[in-house]
Design a protein around this ligand. Structure first.
Ligand code: DQA
Length: 150
């Protein structure tokens, strides 16, 4: 019987569908499609399949995190503005007990004060901020290392 390729869930939160035209001075000119291609390729190079989700709705993100318990080995999440507001997303990440890497395109620590606090970070194994698109590559690489160790 062929073994299934292990899967990583890659989640992008609200307004990240607008990348490319959204505040390019902060977020650059790459689009969500560019991020998704990079994630697919980075995951495949390490022997994983990438499942990709972007949503502007908190409940949809939570449903996907809950479903990952049964169908993914780890999660990369850019919770976008929900980073700074969502206890529910942080609780869902803790509930599924999978390795999580939090990614931000921008350096949230060099911006407004409210962006310095993340509800998600305590539920994450690592946080990558300010590396732009490459942050997703680093996150996938780190998740793969964590999963190989276990
Ligand atoms: C972001 C940073 C958040 O503060 C912001 O609300 C976003 C994007 C980032 O990728 O830099 O929407 O998560």
């Amino acid at each position: 019987m062929p073994t299934e390729t292990p899967r990583l869930l890659i989640i992008n939160g609200p307004n990240l569908n607008l990348l490319g035209t959204r505040e390019p001075g902060i977020y650059g000119s790459s689009t969500l499609a560019d991020i998704e291609t990079l994630c697919r390729e980075s995951a495949a190079a390490l022997g994983f399949e990438a499942e990709l989700l972007q949503s502007n709705h908190e409940g949809t993100l939570i449903d996907a995190i809950q479903a990952a318990k049964d169908n993914a080995s780890g999660i990369v999440i850019n919770p976008a503005a929900y980073t700074h507001t969502s206890v529910a997303i942080a609780d869902a990440l803790r509930a599924v007990n999978l390795p999580v890497v939090e990614v931000h395109l921008s350096n949230v620590h060099a911006r407004e004060e409210f962006r310095r606090h993340s509800y998600v970070s305590p539920a994450a194994a690592a946080v990558i901020a300010g590396a732009g698109l490459n942050g997703y590559r680093y996150a996938i690489d780190h998740l793969a290392s964590l999963l190989r160790e276990n």
